[in-house]
Design a protein around this ligand. Structure first.
Ligand SMILES: *[C@@H]1O[C@H](CO)[C@@H](O)[C@H](O)[C@H]1NC(C)=O
Ligand SMILES: *[C@@H]1O[C@H](CO)[C@@H](O)[C@H](O)[C@H]1NC(C)=O
Ligand SMILES: CC(=O)N[C@H]1CO[C@H](CO)[C@@H](O)[C@@H]1O
Length: 381
């Protein structure tokens, strides 16, 4: 086996990228599994910006325009604000407050989404849907929680389109993720820097946060409902958000989600728990590492027609490295807490990953963890 070949990092890096392929700094911490579908939707929505706002317009004027009666002007203004915010994440303004922290911007955009949600039968349902998705996603970049979180909670409810719900959950994840890192740092709950250079961005806690990262109860209730939704893609996204909300309620829900029938939901639960410093999801991590290094399962796809069949197979194929990358990292983050028996189980499954995983970067990651495991003090059984 040749591990020196330089494969690109696995698709598992899983951060949404914009159309030019740049990472968006506002995005989620990389430890979690983001449904590919959502990533695609987000790229689509942000790609719209390419055609927008070629010149720097006065943002105050744009905020005023968001309230305009003419829908075209309203949406142009909203897109213009989003574009300035996006530019500011790349080049923060030096002598003024970033738009993302300005209450008037948050209010204008949150009101626009709230109004859109009031529209029961829009003239152009497809366009309205895109607008809602776009606004929900954009609200995730705003740092004015009391203004944006209540509207996102509304948009995440089962009353609205699945795409809108997912965009809102993603936005809530962005907000919770930001607060997570902040609160963890404030409470001095961060583990000392991990050894891996590449993993500096992974935040792992010594113990769960004492308080949840979202103060809004309605938002938490919607996340809980999403964790039980019958649509799998909403469910595993809900589990993903709960991992970032932390706090005792979320931890309890994550422990329940370890039993979810959907592998990605289980993965998000186990990774979310590891992130809170909990080993409760250890068995699930092992199970997923084992199955994600097996060849892609296609038995259940016999009845599926082309081209959906090929698309599904490709999707599974691209998900496996994501699951492996994230579960290996999660196991690494709780290494010091594992019993001798658990370390033994981990060693065995890592060997399987090293022998069978198709992406060389993943095999390398597994080998590194094997070495760390060998170097670790033998734990009490
Ligand atoms: C955003 O940045 C791009 C590229 O640097 C620039 O062309 C564009 O004018 C900027 N847009 C706004 C609204 O600032
Ligand atoms: C959103 O709109 C509804 C109904 O129009 C209103 O009752 C609610 O207060 C609004 N929510 C926010 C957060 O503005
Ligand atoms: C290490 C640690 O404190 N883990 C905690 C994760 O959350 C559960 C449920 O609240 C706690 O019981 C664990 O102690």
């Amino acid at each position: 086996m040749n591990d020196t070949e330089l494969n690109p990092p696995p698709a598992g890096d899983n951060l949404p990228t914009d159309s030019s392929g740049d990472r968006r700094p506002e995005e989620l911490p990389p430890l979690f599994l983001i449904p590919a579908l959502i990533v695609a939707a987000v790229i689509g929505v942000w790609a719209l910006f390419g055609k927008m706002a070629e010149s720097e317009e006065d943002w105050r004027q744009l905020v005023a325009e968001v309230g305009n009666n003419n829908p075209n002007r309203r949406w142009r203004a909203a897109l213009g604000l989003a574009q300035i915010m996006r530019n500011q994440t790349i080049a923060p303004p030096v002598d003024e407050k970033p738009l993302a922290e300005r209450r008037e911007v948050a209010e204008a955009l949150a009101d626009l989404l709230n109004e859109s949600l009031d529209t029961k039968s829009p003239d152009n349902p497809e366009e309205e849907l895109t607008n809602r998705e776009f606004l929900a996603r954009t609200l995730g970049a705003l740092k004015v929680d009391p203004v944006v979180v209540p509207v996102l909670a509304r948009a995440a409810s089962a009353e609205y389109e699945p795409e809108v719900r997912k965009s809102s959950l993603m936005a809530l994840a962005m907000i919770a993720g930001r607060n997570f890192e902040q609160q963890a740092a404030d409470a001095e709950l961060l583990e000392p820097d991990r050894e891996y250079e590449a993993d500096k961005s992974v935040v792992t806690l010594k113990e769960p946060l004492p308080e949840p990262t979202l103060e809004n109860d309605e938002a938490w209730q919607q996340i809980r409902k999403a964790m039980r939704d019958e649509d799998e893609s909403i469910r595993h996204l809900g589990v993903f958000v709960a991992g970032l909300v932390s706090g005792p309620d979320a931890i309890r829900e994550l422990e329940l989600a370890l039993l979810d029938g959907n592998a990605k939901a289980r993965a998000n639960a186990a990774v979310g728990l590891a992130r809170n410093g909990s080993t409760a999801g250890f068995d699930v991590l092992i199970e997923l590492m084992g199955s994600a290094s097996d060849p892609v399962q296609i038995d259940d796809l016999e009845q599926v027609e082309e081209p959906e069949r090929t698309a599904l197979i490709n999707q599974r194929r691209s998900e496996q490295p994501v699951i492996l990358q994230n579960t290996i990292r999660a196991a690494d983050s709780i290494l010091v807490k594992l019993s001798a028996e658990q370390k033994n189980d981990l060693e065995k499954v890592l060997q399987k990953v090293v022998e069978q995983a198709t992406v060389s970067a993943i095999r390398l990651q597994a080998q590194q963890l094997q070495r760390r495991l060998e170097a670790a003090e033998p734990a009490d059984a």
